[in-house]
Structure formats: structure tokens, C-alpha cells
Design a protein around this ligand. Structure first.
Ligand code: WT7
Length: 660
């Protein structure tokens, strides 16, 4: 946490939108009075509340203790036995849902597939048998490096079925990033595909996978889905075509009965140090909260066609493309490609053709749609839409109002959902039939979630005073640890607000700043550590800096952000070159360094701007003063306090660093 300065927040938004009568009349939660009662009871006894939610799932054996809290380690529903794939599939097979669409998928080129719950179940059973045949069992890790095709979901659920832990690596990540994750997880098998369609061309994933696997001795087999049809190398005895191994597998598979705390998946995310963290999630508690939140916040009904635009490489894809909606028996619409292929109207075209009723997307996408122009939206009949969602970063009120008016025709509630990879499921969001919304606020924590904005000393902030967003009671979908590093888990999330001498307290620190308004609504101010949010993706500046420094020409680097109309934030890197390094022309070096970061991490981490500087502003103890860099980028000068600065002449030089 940055201890240098306090968090300030500017109050501007006063608009309030009550749920429409029409929406409320049909909503799953429709009585404000009832909700209030539930909220109050859950505040007193969160565990009892979550037990009620857990009862909505199918358990093989009921739990003995709902929560065992050994600060900062939690066990939820200990003693219980459950299987996530059974909850997402088998339990829908005894009703009409067997023949209901589980996944309606559209490829970028326009091809379509629909899998009913019955069909998805059969595919998952086959894939589970395949994994077992390849020697994968309970507790083994399977890496998944794929685009948005149904096989990615099938592979995830097949892992869940046999008790293997999945680690999905976003298809946009580089081979180095894939390698690091597979090594950290000691993954034994990789599921990938030849190529994924994106903006009219195919992105070859298998080549990147090959490079990564070459350095991962624990990976013994690679299963490859044929998607793009392009030419790829198959390594005999290691690589197998998905289509072929699936053909010889039966569709009968007995699921493993797993303890509630059995690990379901790990997903890597950025932190304020260079090394990504493997966030570990387990089964029973995670499923309880994603199941509950999907149903209540998206008001999921059997006749909904629900479209979450997130990639399964992110936690939103895990919780709100796969486990949440499928455990509710919902119909999930899944799209493979870019939102602007063949043109900027693709989403609206799909919403019209598939009669999509719920759209859950990110502010960065909404801002892009705004920029592309209303005409792309207005061309299409969006009358099927009845609820809109937002996630990933604070949504600016202007984008919120546009989303409401142009996409939702002032007719759809907007659920702005705050949560994190670590929280596993939505924590702060309006319950759409009941809670009035305000543009830019996630409104209130869910029942059973005890959140607060606090000062550094742990006291609660006053109305509209900015503070640190903390969670004061364990919640079922919380991360259990960082893979292989309990100490880092404790340090990163639980050391800022430790228990007092009586053992009370001990709060989870989110890394976000927030304030609460007069109605108790939360307004997220942004990150307070060295983590930045670009296009809804959380990036550690330290990670990008260390990627830059790994280049032969770079001595030192500092990465900060400046506001960007579409991406929310743009990345600006200040780079000091090694003296005597063999350096090409600076405009060439900029491109080289950008590509170097793309290779080390992935395209999303590429700096938008690189400024070369002879020195970086540092404190006497050698800490880079990023605040000064931010001021230079924003205002071309520094106005804040510079007394800690070691060498004042640096500032003069930094002002002259703007990219030509
Ligand atoms: C960080 C978590 C949760 C899935 C996607 C991102 C920011 C997320 C909101 C929101 C304001 C938000 C926070 C958070 N964030 N949703 N509705 N309003 N900020 O997951 O990569 O783990 O990032 O994203 O800063 O800490 P993630």
C-alpha cells in the first residue's frame, strides 16, 4: 500500500435510478422489505446466510462446519462432499433442461454450435475419460491455453469432474507467460488448439504452446483441438488431436465426490511485485457464491439468453461464463472473436439474432462502442435485452448513461459489479429489482459480505471520505492462498489490517480505494498500490518494469498510467538506458521494447508510450517517485511535494522526455 498520501475522492454524481416496476414485478428478488430483512440477518450472521445459499447446490454429503476460520486461512463447508461438474450438468438432466441449450456458441467467421445440457454432459464425460486415460487424476494440474470455443469449457468441466485442478492461461498471453504458469503449477497436461480466430485472422496458439512445453518437463501430453485448420507441428508421442482421442472415449463417467475444500482451479493475476500470483480457489464455497450471485444479480431465469463477453482466461469467464450460469441451468451465449469484426456492430447483431436478454461486459468495451458511434447500435433490434452488467474497472458516469440510454433504451437496469480474481465472485453490486442504481457506483455489498472503507488506523471513514476498501468477514468464494506461497498470501492481503491483541479483526485488504456516500453506496476510487487497470485488465507495474529491464539495453524502468478515453488508463514507461549499450535509433528502440514486453507478458501489457530519460526521480532511499512521473505526464510539470527527492535536476530533464 502506498503510505505517502491520503486518498481523495471528488463527489459529482447525484442521479439515482429506481428499478422499473415492470422489471421488479418479475424479478427473482422483488421485495425491498424482504431483502432488508435478509441483509440485516446476514450482517449479524454471515455464515448462516451462506449456509442457506449452499443449500441451493447438490451435495453428495452435507458439511459438518460451515466455516473454520484460522486467520487468514478459511475452510468453508468442511466435511461436505460435492462435485462442480455435477452441479453444472448432471443435476439438470432429470428435467426439461436436459434438452435446453447450455451453450449457444458463435465463431468469429459466423459458424454456430449449440450444446444442450445433455450434449454438454456427454462431451464433458468423454473429456474426463480422456484425461484419465492420459494419467490425470485427483489433484493433478491441467493447463488450458485456448480461445473462446466450447472445448475450453468442456476441458474445464472435465477437470472439475475428476478432481483435477485447471489453470486456464489467457490465449493472448505469450509463451513465456504460459511456461511460467505451467511450471509454477507443475502442470502435467496441456489442452490447446491450433489457432484461434481474432479480427479476421487466426492467432496461432500451438506454436506458442510448443515453445512453452519445451521448457516444462512435467508436461507429458498435449491435446490439441482443431479449430482454425492451419498447419501446425504435432510432436509424436506427446501431441494428440482432441477429435481423435474423444472419438474413442465413452460418454459414461462417474464423477469424483470431492471434499468442499478440494482445489478447483488456480488463476494467475498481477500484484505489486514482479511475479504473478497463482490465486487458488476451491470447490464448495466458490460454487456457492458464484451460483447465488449469478442468479440474484443477473436475475437469471430459464428463458434468458445470457451473454458474458469475458474470455475464459479471466476470472469473469470462470465464474460468469462457466460455473455461475451453468450451475443455475442457464443458457449461455459464447462468442469467439473480436467485438468489431466484421464491423463494430457485431455484438448488437448477435444480440438481435440470438435474442440475447442479458449482456455483461466491461467499461473499456462500452467506451469503445461509444467511440465507434451510436449508429452501429441503433441499426439493430435490441428489444430482447432486459438487463445490462459491467465489470472490471470503475465505469465513468458518462459511459454508464450511454449504456443505459443507447443500448438499454432506458429500459434495463445496470448492474455494476465489483469483485476481483481473489474474491472469486461478485461482492458489491445492486440487486436489480430492488436496489436503486447511481451511475458509477456498485451500490451495496451483497448480503453476507461485510465491506467497509477504512482509514489506515482501521477506523471507518466518514461519509464521502476516501479510504481503503476492506472485507471484514471471510466469504465463501474467497481465495484460499497463493499457490505455493502462504506467506505471500498473508503478506499481500492480510497484513495491512491484522487482528488486534484480542485476536479480533484481521481484514482482507482489496488494494482498492473507496468511499461510501450518504446511502452507504460504495464508489471505487481505483487501486492504491502499484497495480494498474488497463482495459479492465489488472497489471502489476513491477511486472512490466521487470520485463523492460530484462532487455539488454535497459538499465531501469518505471511504469505509470495516464487517463485514456477508451482503455481507461494508458501505460507510460520511463526508461533509462544502460550507458554504452548498443542502441538503435530511439523510435526503433521504442518498437523493440514494446514488442519485448509483448513477448515477455503479452500484448495487453505493451506500453502505449515510452519515454527515455537519463535518470528517474528517486527518494534518498532509492525508491522511484512515481507520483512525480504521473504529474509530469499529466501536467508537464510537478506541483506536489518534492522534498523527498534526491536530485532535483532530474525533474528538469524528465519534462523534456515526451515522445516525439
Ligand atoms: C480489480 C480486480 C472481477 C473481474 C474482473 C477484474 C477493479 C473490478 C470493478 C467495478 C470498479 C472494479 C478493481 C479490482 N474492478 N470491477 N465494478 N468497479 N473497479 O478482475 O483482474 O482481479 O481485477 O478490478 O480495482 O480490485 P481482476
Amino acid at each position: 500500500m502506498n503510505k505517502q498520501h491520503d486518498i481523495s475522492s471528488v463527489l459529482t454524481e447525484n442521479r439515482v435510478f429506481a428499478p422499473s416496476k415492470k422489471f421488479a414485478a418479475k424479478a427473482i428478488v422483488s421485495s425491498a422489505k424482504n431483502l432488508d430483512k435478509i441483509r440485516k440477518a446476514a450482517e449479524k450472521n454471515p455464515v448462516a446466510f451462506w449456509e442457506q445459499c449452499a443449500a441451493a447446490l447438490q451435495w453428495d454429503k452435507k458439511w459438518k462446519s460451515a466455516l473454520i476460520w484460522n486467520y487468514p486461512f478459511a475452510q468453508w463447508f468442511a466435511g461436505g462432499k460435492i462435485n462442480a461438474s455435477v452441479n453444472c450438468l448432471d443435476r439438470h438432466l432429470s428435467s426439461y433442461r436436459k434438452n435446453k441449450a447450455a451453450i449457444i456458441w458463435e465463431g468469429e467467421p459466423g459458424d454456430q454450435r449449440t450444446l444442450t445440457y445433455g450434449q454438454l454432459h456427454a462431451e464433458v464425460c468423454r473429456a474426463a475419460n480422456v484425461l484419465k486415460k492420459f494419467g490425470i487424476g485427483k489433484g493433478d494440474t491441467v493447463a488450458i491455453y485456448m480461445g473462446m470455443i466450447p472445448e475450453a469449457v468442456i476441458a474445464m468441466l472435465a477437470c472439475a469432474r475428476i478432481g483435477a485442478v485447471h489453470n486456464v492461461v489467457f490465449g493472448g498471453f505469450s509463451s513465456d507467460a504460459l511456461r511460467d504458469r505451467m511450471l509454477d503449477m507443475k502442470a502435467k497436461l496441456l489442452v490447446t488448439q491450433d489457432g484461434a480466430f481474432r479480427r479476421g485472422t487466426s492467432v496461432n496458439l500451438k506454436d506458442a504452446a510448443d515453445k512453452a512445453v519445451a521448457e516444462c518437463p512435467d508436461i507429458t501430453s498435449v491435446i490439441v483441438v482443431r479449430r482454425s485448420g492451419e498447419n501446425i507441428q504435432m510432436c509424436a508421442g506427446r501431441d494428440y488431436w482432441w477429435g481423435e482421442v474423444m472419438k474413442s472415449a465413452t460418454a459414461i463417467n462417474k464423477p469424483e465426490s470431492l471434499s468442499a475444500e478440494h482445489p478447483l482451479f488456480a488463476l494467475y493475476t498481477s500484484g505489486s511485485t514482479g511475479k504473478p500470483k497463482g490465486i487458488l480457489h476451491t470447490t464448495g464455497g466458490y460454487l456457492t457464491q458464484v451460483n447465488f450471485t449469478s442468479r440474484i444479480i443477473f436475475d437469471l431465469n430459464d428463458d434468458d439468453i445470457y451473454f458474458c463477453t469475458a474470455d475464459i482466461g479471466w476470472v469473469t469467464g470462470h465464474s460468469y461464463v462457466v460455473y455461475g450460469p451453468l450451475s443455475n441451468g442457464a443458457t449461455v451465449f459464447m462468442y469467439e472473436g473480436a467485438p468489431n469484426f466484421p464491423d463494430a456492430g457485431r455484438f448488437w447483431d448477435m444480440i438481435e439474432r440470438h435474442r440475447i436478454t442479458i449482456l455483461y461486459t466491461a467499461p473499456t468495451a462500452i467506451r469503445a462502442f461509444m467511440k465507434w458511434g451510436d449508429s452501429y447500435v441503433l441499426k439493430h433490434d435490441l428489444s430482447s435485452l432486459r438487463l445490462l452488467g459491467s465489470v472490471g474497472e470503475p465505469i465513468n458516469p458518462e459511459a454508464w448513461m450511454w449504456y443505459r440510454a443507447v443500448v438499454g433504451k432506458n429500459n434495463c437496469p445496470i448492474v455494476d459489479t465489483w469483485w476481483q480474481t481473489e474474491t472469486g465472485a461478485i461482492m458489491i453490486a445492486p440487486i436489480p429489482g430492488v436496489v436503486p442504481t447511481k451511475p458509477g457506483s456498485g451500490t451495496l455489498p451483497l448480503p453476507g459480505i461485510i465491506a467497509d472503507a477504512v482509514r489506515r488506523d482501521g477506523t471507518s471513514c466518514e461519509q464521502n471520505e476516501g479510504g481503503y476498501l476492506v472485507i471484514k468477514h471471510p466469504w465463501p468464494a474467497m481465495l484460499r492462498t497463493i499457490v505455493g506461497d502462504d506467506e505471500r498470501y498473508r503478506k499481500t492481503y492480510w497484513s495491512e489490517f491484522p487482528p488486534n491483541e484480542n485476536g479480533e479483526g484481521g481484514w482482507y485488504f482489496t488494494g482498492d480505494g473507496a468511499r461510501r456516500d450518504k446511502d452507504g453506496y460504495f464508489w471505487i476510487i481505483g487501486r492504491v498500490d502499484d497495480v494498474v487497470n488497463v482495459s479492465g485488465h489488472r497489471l502489476g507495474t513491477a511486472e512490466i518494469e521487470s520485463a523492460l529491464v530484462s532487455h539488454t539495453t535497459v538499465a531501469e524502468a518505471a511504469v505509470i498510467t495516464r487517463p485514456d478515453e477508451i482503455k481507461g488508463n494508458a501505460l507510460v514507461a520511463f526508461v533509462t538506458l544502460k550507458s554504452g549499450a548498443d542502441v538503435p535509433a530511439l523510435h526503433e528502440l521504442r518498437e523493440i521494447l514494446r514488442n519485448h514486453v509483448a513477448k515477455e507478458i503479452g500484448h495487453i501489457a505493451k506500453p502505449d508510450e515510452i519515454r527515455f530519460s537519463e535518470q528517474l526521480p528517486k527518494t534518498r532511499s532509492g525508491k522511484i517517485m512515481r507520483r512525480l512521473l504521473r504529474e509530469i505526464v499529466a501536467e508537464g510539470k510537478t506541483s506536489g511535494d518534492t522534498t523527498a527527492l534526491e536530485d532535483f535536476s532530474v525533474l528538469e530533464k524528465l519534462r523534456a522526455t515526451e515522445e516525439e
